[in-house]
Structure formats: structure tokens, C-alpha cells
Design a protein around this ligand. Structure first.
Ligand code: ATP
Ligand code: MG
Length: 509
């Protein structure tokens, strides 16, 4: 079959002052193709897509659309060339409705907006690709999965036949991934071409036709999905053989470090109970996994432990001391460190430098500061230690952290909290957006501190992750704990049933 090339990029090179993010990339995309783009954190995937979408101009290289050379200087140029992009972080306006978001900006593009016609067109697109959303709902009322649908509709509304999706599954619940793939398959059948970025090799195998691998800014290979294995892909990404397994040492449970008793927490806005009569303990040198579909109260539980939310009822005891409703600073000082789920905003200050972000937990302590004066040399050393140990791709630690790739920001956040030597580390989705090697590294770090008798609460939706590193697993559903089990005695099926609301004692094993 003769394939029609819709996009061709030749010799694309992008140099930033301190980094060569893309170098000599040659890439072709065909009609009716799902093309996965793989590569380690910082390999240059987002940069390359930003060039195709007109956010950056390449230092060198050429882009051809339907065999015609084009200059894409702005996203509007990209849209006019039929290219649409769904970013790693969504760009919707929260107080506006779905319809308003979709027609937003059309006027500037010289398109006259007729609301009724727009609504009709929106409905047609939504029906064609099973993208059901209510056009009159406000963005903030929608789940992340629904917001993603709005982004996709928006791109299709503007007539895109080339769609770029930058890590679309990183924000989705596991059960939302397959429906997204169905949408992609429908678009592909319709002759659209799709570039899809992910770190998950199972997803690549499930949905893509072609796979391109970036390593250190260069495109090392483009292969057909058929005939390639996950192991080979991992090797191409990293440049060497990759081990997928690690060992979890047998360990005896010790004394209790933290106990949560009869905890009730209410939501900040509507005053609804989001955590109800929750009880559990974390022992010294133990990893307690909390599994559950996101939005079932797991964040509220750990935020309350971290002092970021108020317990309305119940008690939190740490090392025998009642720490209920203490300040976040107090909680951090007694040795509980918290890695939030949303890295930008809660975890990191995007306009501050890597150094400022790295010392955010210890700037007031020795050796980073003495008598209230920050020691810049020590701050720098501290940051370099973090960067070296976690292999963080950063050209200039004095530059704003927002210039780092998504995965590298996540690594810095994790490392910062780990370097505090916490007695208890609370980690929400710590491997989200990380490449294979970094995921393994972060998991090993959690096992290492556990072996050194520190404790971890791990929140994750990735059941393989939860099962492979936790000692015990608690499952939450609608703010309640459905049961807590030894990780060696529970399987994915049982966890799945509990995540859907069945209590452990009602499941016959
Ligand atoms: N505006 C910028 N200024 C300076 N450096 C940048 C800029 N944008 C990206 N970089 C650097 O270019 C490199 C590639 O980053 P990019 O975001 O493309 O990686 P990525 O492959 O998308 O990684 P991830 O999987 O972590 O999202 C990184 O080292 C990053 O720090
Ligand atoms: Mg990226």
C-alpha cells in the first residue's frame, strides 16, 4: 500500500542557550497512522512537538505539509496547516463553558462565530468520535478525562488532520485509557494522522502503528510496531539493556510509626464528607500502598496527615504524639515529608530556579543557612547532589525550573523530599511522567529507605507499582477503606473489586 505522507520534518535542530534539545531529526508521518514518540525524560519529545506546533522556531531544518515546505511560526500557522496539539498540561479556561472554550480565539482567526452553528458542529464531532461532553458545562465541573475530550474536540473543530498528543494518558485513570485509544483508532480510520507521546510501552504496543525513538535530542530509529518487542524499545531508548525487575527483601513488621484513627475529613467547597471513619497504621520500615481510583479520598487522607487539611473528627498519632491538625511546617519538622500529586503549583514554584526549588524544604536549616542567612555555595552543592544522584537533565541550575522537561521536574520534587531523610515519606503518584529507568530508580529509592527502617505511604493507580513495592495495601472507595491486606496475599483482581466498592471481608479468596 502506498502511504500518503502528510508531514515530513528534515534535519530539525533546536538549540537553547545551554542545551541542544533536538538535533538533525528526520521524521515522517502518514495519513491514517498512529505514530508513537518514545524517549527518556529530557530526550526532546515536547520540544520537537512544540516546533511542529509553532511554539518554537527550529534553529535549523524544514517542515513539509503534504509535500509543501511551510514555515510554522505560531500555533495559528500550525492550525492553518491542519495541525492540532493537546499539551501535557491543559490550556482550558476554567470559568468558561465547553462551548465557549471551543470557540475561544476563533474570532481572532477571522472566523465568524455563530453560537448555534458552533454548537451543532460540536455535537457532530462529539458524536462521530464518541467524545460525549455537555457543551454548557463549565470546565471546572469536568473531570480530567472530560477536559481532555474538550481539548480533542477543540482541535478537531479547527479542522486538524494531524493531531499531537503529549502524554495524554499520564493524567487519565487506568480505565479511561482504553476509551481514549478507541477515539484515536476512530480518527485514524477517518484518515487522520496522530503523534502520541507516552512512557508506557504497553500503550505503545496497544495503539501505535509506527514508533520513533528519541535519545538525547536525536531520532535514533523509526520502526514498525509489528516485529518489535517492549524490551527492544526500552533498549533503544536508553542505549543499553534495561532490567525490568527488582528485588523486595523480606522484612518483619516492627512497631507502629503512624496511626490514623476514625478520621473524618470534609471537602473544602461543598462541605461533603470525603473521608469517613478511616483507620490504618504505618509501621516502621514499611511501605503502605493506598490503591483506589483517583478522587476517592486518598488525597484528602494524606493532605490531612501533612497538615494541609483539617480533620473534623478522629486522631493522627505519630511516634506516640498526637499531631492532628498541626501546621504543615510542624509536620515537616517532625520528619513527615509530602510529595503532592500536582507538581506544578503545590510542589514546585515554576518561575524560581532549580536551586530555590531544591532548597525549599531546608533553606532555614543548617547547613543551607546559618543565622538566617542563606549560604549560596551550600545551596548550590545541595542542588548538584540532587541533580547527580537522580540524573536530572538540567543545563543551568540557576534558570527557572519550568525550563526542565516534565519528568525532570518530577524527579527534582521527589529527590528534594527524599533528601530530607524523612521518617515517613508520603508519595502521591511519584512515578507519573517518568521514563522507565527513572521509574525504576524512584521505586528502588523507596525500597531502600524502607530497608533503612523509614516508612512510606505510596498513593498510586498503577496496580503493578503498588503490588511490587508495597508491604501492605489499603484500598479506598468513596472515602472509606475497603480493607487492608498483605501485598503477598492479594492480587490485582481482588484490588480491582475493592476499588469498585466491595469490602475485603466480602470477597471469598
Ligand atoms: N525553553 C527552554 N529553554 C531552555 N531549555 C529548554 C527549554 N525547553 C526545553 N529545554 C530543555 O530541552 C531538553 C528537552 O526537553 P523536552 O521537554 O523536550 O523533553 P521531553 O522528551 O519532553 O521529556 P519528558 O519526558 O520529561 O517530558 C531538556 O533538557 C529541557 O530542559
Ligand atoms: Mg515532555
Amino acid at each position: 500500500m502506498n502511504k500518503i505522507t502528510v508531514l515530513k520534518a528534515t534535519d530539525i535542530t533546536k538549540k537553547f542557550p545551554e542545551t541542544v534539545a533536538n538535533e538533525g531529526i528526520n521524521f515522517s508521518l502518514h495519513k491514517g497512522e498512529i505514530h508513537a514518540l518514545l524517549g527518556e525524560n529530557g530526550a526532546g519529545k515536547t520540544t520537537f512537538m512544540n516546533i511542529l506546533y509553532g511554539i518554537y522556531m527550529p534553529t535549523k531544518g524544514e517542515i513539509l505539509i503534504n509535500d509543501k515546505p511551510v514555515r510554522i511560526k505560531t500555533p495559528l500557522d500550525a492550525i492553518n496547516n491542519g495541525i492540532g496539539m493537546i499539551h501535557q498540561h491543559f490550556m482550558l479556561v476554567e470559568p468558561l463553558t465547553v462551548l465557549e472554550n471551543i470557540v475561544l480565539g476563533l474570532k481572532e482567526q477571522g472566523i465568524v462565530v455563530d453560537r448555534k452553528a458552533a454548537k451543532k458542529k460540536l455535537k457532530e464531532i462529539a458524536e462521530l468520535y464518541s467524545l460525549e461532553v455537555n457543551p454548557d458545562k463549565k470546565i471546572w465541573q469536568l473531570s480530567v478525562g472530560e477536559q481532555q475530550k474538550v481539548e480533542i474536540i477543540k482541535v478537531l473543530f479547527r479542522g486538524a488532520n494531524i493531531l499531537i498528543l503529549d502524554e495524554p494518558t499520564a493524567v487519565l485513570r487506568p480505565q479511561e485509557t482504553e476509551p481514549l485509544f478507541d477515539i484515536l483508532r476512530k480518527m485514524k480510520k477517518d484518515g487522520k494522522a496522530i503523534i502520541f507521546i507516552t512512557h508506557k510501552l504497553d500503550e505503545v504496543m496497544a495503539v501505535s502503528d509506527k514508533i520513533s525513538i528519541l535519545r538525547k535530542g536525536r531520532l535514533v530509529k523509526t520502526v514498525d510496531k509489528e516485529g518489535v518487542t517492549k524490551r527492544q524499545l526500552a533498549e533503544m531508548m536508553v542505549g543499553r539493556a534495561v532490567l525490568f525487575e527488582f528485588e523486595k527483601k523480606e522484612k518483619k513488621a516492627k512497631e507502629t510509626l503512624l496511626s490514623v484513627e476514625n478520621l473524618d475529613v470534609y471537602s473544602t467547597q461543598q462541605g461533603v464528607k470525603v473521608v469517613e471513619d478511616v483507620n490504618f497504621t504505618v509501621k516502621k520500615g514499611e511501605i503502605l500502598g493506598i490503591a483506589g481510583i483517583s478522587g476517592n479520598g486518598q488525597q484528602a487522607i494524606v493532605q490531612t496527615i501533612a497538615g494541609l487539611r483539617r480533620a473534623v473528627k478522629g486522631k493522627i498519632v505519630f511516634e506516640g504524639k498526637n499531631i492532628t491538625n498541626k501546621s504543615p511546617r510542624y509536620i515537616a519538622q517532625i520528619g513527615i515529608n509530602y510529595i503532592p500529586a500536582d507538581r506544578i503549583g503545590m510542589g514546585l514554584a515554576s518561575d524560581l530556579s532549580c536551586i530555590d526549588n531544591a532548597i525549599m524544604r531546608n533553606y532555614y536549616k543548617k547547613p543551607i543557612s546559618s543565622s538566617w542567612i542563606i549560604n549560596y555555595k551550600k545551596s548550590e552543592e545541595h542542588t548538584r547532589r540532587i541533580v547527580d544522584m537522580f540524573n536530572i537533565a538540567v543545563a543551568d541550575i540557576f534558570a527557572p525550573i519550568k525550563l526542565l522537561s516534565g519528568g525532570n521536574m518530577q524527579k527534582l520534587l521527589f529527590a528534594r523530599e527524599l533528601f530530607e531523610n524523612p521518617k515517613l515519606l508520603i508519595a502521591s503518584y511519584p512515578t507519573r511522567g517518568l521514563d522507565i529507568a527513572s521509574t525504576e530508580f524512584v521505586r528502588k529509592q523507596m525500597l531502600k529507605i524502607r530497608d533503612e527502617d523509614m516508612s512510606v505511604i505510596l498513593i498510586s493507580e498503577d496496580l503493578d507499582e503498588i503490588l511490587s513495592i508495597s508491604d501492605r495495601i489499603a484500598v479506598v472507595y468513596k472515602g472509606k477503606i475497603m480493607g487492608i491486606a498483605d501485598a503477598r496475599e492479594i492480587d490485582k483482581n481482588t484490588i480491582g473489586l475493592m476499588m469498585a466498592g466491595t469490602r475485603l471481608e466480602d470477597i471469598t479468596l
